[in-house]
Design a protein around this ligand. Structure first.
Ligand code: PMV
Length: 323
């Protein structure tokens, strides 16, 4: 029997992926860029066991047995059945990139267990698109690629985890319930119905991606924040332009965005960037030196929930009142 355990962290997109040009291969309509959190933070942990004694593929997710899709369809190349146990140390499917960490972890562990070498990002991409960006640390770019078979739609590290060590992420958990509209169905509907998405993909993201790479290279936080905020808003505008609309942010999310703008304005320079994925929870980027003051101000505006005790890299994960 061979057994492999792996941990894969969550990644937070600062240039968002929203929309596929090929549903089956999961080929995106645009490049995206993300920051990978460190492994001590929000992550998925997966153990894969491969044995000639197993008669069926089996899967446990967060302690619960799930249907293993591959069961009964054993490939002639894979001789042995596999048992997989995976858990997240944070809420699943709440718009906190749980599937990204989960699939990245699964693909990496399976590859190790079966001795598969080479690029794994194009395999992880086919589980959940954003998963391909969780296989590397630091800042990662997922290139949309141009080939029909998706071979060039891969993720590559732009800057490693030591490039900008002062960078911190604060996750404000507004609501950890499962999202109503999954990112898969939301983005499919956006592709079918949103004119704004066409504009975003063709006219906005290509230049913004270049600008983001430059801001990261220069470690220009002010510019990084502006681009991150604009791209989050552009993605949510497309979600709202979808028919029927995909509404992910709630009133608390908007109050957080408003807080960030007011805070940045009071400083005369961008000190904090917000970004929201397909859910109401906020990810704030900021530099280490600004953490105490920003946390203090957040505490005044959004008093802490008495029950919340979790920490992300020494920073409290704040659970704000659900709306
Ligand atoms: O990887 P998916 O299918 O869960 O889609 C992720 C979409 C966003 O999180 C909203 C954006 C992104 O680039 O991660």
């Amino acid at each position: 029997m061979s057994m492999v355990t792996c941990i894969a962290p969550v990644n937070i997109a600062v240039i968002k992926y929203w929309g596929k040009r090929n549903e089956e291969l999961i080929l995106p309509l645009n490049d995206s860029i993300s920051a990978t959190l460190s492994t001590e933070q929000m992550h998925a942990k997966t153990t894969v066991m491969v044995s000639s004694n197993f008669t069926k593929d089996k899967l446990w997710l967060n302690g619960k047995k799930r249907a293993a899709e591959a069961a009964g369809q054993q490939s002639e190349f894979v001789k042995y059945r596999v048992h997989v146990c995976s858990e997240n140390n944070f809420p699943t499917a709440a718009g906190l990139a749980s599937s990204a960490a989960g699939y990245a972890c699964l693909v990496y562990s399976l590859a190790k267990a079966y001795g598969v070498e080479g690029d794994l990002t194009s395999i992880a991409r086919q589980g959940s698109g954003s998963a391909c960006r969780s296989l590397d640390g630091g800042f990662v770019r997922w290139r949309m690629g141009s080939k029909a078979d998706g071979k060039d739609s891969i993720a590559e590290q732009l800057f490693d985890e030591d490039h900008w060590p002062e960078m911190r992420v604060l996750i404000l958990v507004v609501n950890d319930a499962r999202k109503k509209v999954s990112s898969t169905s939301g983005m499919q509907l956006s592709v079918e119905t949103s004119d704004l998405l066409k504009h975003r993909v063709e006219n906005v993201v290509p230049q913004r991606t270049k600008d983001m790479i430059e801001a990261l290279k220069q470690k220009d936080f002010h510019k990084f924040a502006e681009l991150t905020i604009k791209d989050s808003n552009s993605f949510h505008a497309c979600a709202l332009d979808t028919y029927p609309p995909a509404v992910y942010m709630n009133d608390t999310s908007h109050a957080i965005a408003d807080f960030v703008h007011r805070y940045n304005k009071s400083k005369g320079v961008n000190k904090v960037a917000y970004t929201f994925d397909a859910g109401p929870n906020a990810c704030l980027f900021l530099l280490e030196a600004d953490v105490p003051e920003v946390l203090g101000s957040l505490e005044l505006v959004f008093p802490p929930h008495p029950k919340e005790k979790s920490f992300v890299r020494g920073l409290p994960v704040r659970r704000l009142p659900a709306m």
